[in-house]
Design a protein around this ligand. Sequence first.
Ligand code: CTP
Ligand code: MG
Ligand code: K
Length: 181
Amino acid sequence: MTLLETIVIAFWAMLPAYVPNNAAVLAGGGRPIDGGRTWGDKRVLGDGKTWRGTAAGIVAGLALAGFLTLFAADVSAATGVDVPEFTPLAALGLAAGAMLGDILASFLKRRSGRQRGAMFPGLDQLDFVVVSLPLTALLASEWFVDVFTWEVIAVVVIVTPLLHVTTNMIAYKLGLKNEPW
Ligand code: CTP
Ligand code: MG
Ligand code: K
């Protein structure tokens, strides 16, 4: 497989994990998941993690996985790159794992004294990868080992932070996000 093919497959396979964060930004608001609760003198998660944003993120990821699955065969035939279809459990692992990773990152941010919106370099860019890949491996093992070869995982770990920085900068410039990270 060429590097370009590996990049295309990595990007395609990760789309259901990339989109939930952006959908959450667009749909966020309403009741925070932690219900305003604190642990010690700090919030458990903070107002930036809401039920509505989380649900919208997971639904967006699942919908995108379904959409990509409809077109996978055509795209493979047209480009010669064998892009994968998503099983329901693979889609769930990617989408729900992405949201869970983001939530766990906020938990770590609050524990370490960071206010809502504070940046945490590294964690901000890779939080969703760190949870979505293991969760998908757990929920859809056969699908995972088939699609996520070591080469694909390496590309994901390198390309994701670049993509994350770019899309968040765009969302910030468009006024959709309060901070560019
Ligand atoms: N959002 C949401 N629910 C989520 C994730 C995000 O409602 N599970 C929305 C919130 O409006 C949030 C915005 O998307 O403010 C940006 O997401 P993010 O940068 O992850 O949250 P922050 O506000 O920066 O909070 P934190 O410091 O906890 O990451
Ligand atoms: Mg943030
Ligand atoms: K985040």
